[in-house]
Design a protein around this ligand. Sequence first.
Ligand code: KG4
Ligand code: ZN
Length: 382
Amino acid sequence: MYILSIETSCDETAVSLVRADGEFPEAAYTILGNGLFSQIDIHKEFGGVFPNVAKREHAKALVPMLEKALREADILIEIPAAITEADKEHVRKLLVREEGLADSIFDFFSKYSFSAIDRIAVTSGPGLEPALWVGVNFAQALGYLRNTPVIPVNHMKGHIFASLLKGNILEQVTFPAVALLISGGHTDLVRMNDYTSFEVIGSTRDDAVGEAFDKTARMLGLPYPGGPQIGSLAGEAREQNLPQILPPLPRPMLTSGDLDFSFSGLKTAVRTRVLDVQITNEEKKQYAREIEDAITDVLIRKVHDAIDRTGAQTLIVGGGVSANTHIRKSLERLVSEDIPYVKLHMPERNLSTDNSIMIALAAHAEPNIATSMIVAQGSLQL
Ligand code: KG4
Ligand code: ZN
């Protein structure tokens, strides 16, 4: 099965072509083509992601990323596709809110066609709504023009399956499993009884982990996205053995006895400490380390509790924050020292942050993928 997958939920515009040989979960996956445009440099200027800026950039980048993915996959054909005026009319209606996108699709098909694909998978949520709609409407337009079923995919499920891909196969999961999903928009603990059941058993009451990294980084004068910046400064503080910043930052809800998180108090604590104060580069490193430690302590504790409560035999970690070296090492230590009966799955680093390969994997895991019919045009809901 050839799956064209599209991801536009936040600030990455991603299109890939993945071939699945065999049935989920035993299939072999080959990434034939991958187009990934990061809007980070554009959002850096504003210090964060504005949904309407992201939407506009997605509309510009989608066709170039489609072309890149198809070219890499060697299925782009340099012969114009026949599109009737009636088809154009229909596509214009679908893309009425996506500035310039209909015209760039027509321009693409005036030069190219491509070999048949079986399914189009697209992130339908969660994410920034204007950004999601561009991808969904683009998928619907392609689905219509190519007579191909469109499969809506949950972004967080994408992160789960990204964590399982090793080489070209998915690692097998023993259930029940707990997934820790940590990204810019989410901090969730999810109980899975099988590959299709997802029960949220804990989540953040305010800011997500990635958001806590990004916002505290900004207070330290670090550029967007702050997570990787904090990660590398904290790493330097560890290497140089810098003393812990005192008093320590709070570990919010560490002992709350439930599986929920809250990170706004940490953010406020950092703001109170650094506002209107000149901090040295060395102090920046110390703060970065303390922020990373505070976040990690809470994550480790809650994961441990979630495993105890569910009797899970598997821990799956996914989302952009899972790229953080200290968090990865701490999770590895937790599993090897405290809960050795649990198998840990973490994504390869290039699949930690948002991408469209994970959307193809999650689509293939949908029980109805083989029988999916074309979603009625314009009817796909977020
Ligand atoms: O999953 P993702 O790419 O996008 C969302 O779905 O939100 O996650 C992005 C988040 C950002 O907040 C970013 O700062 C954080 O992941 N992040 C990191 C690291 N790399 C990305 N946070 C801490 N350490 C990192 N190395
Ligand atoms: Zn994500």
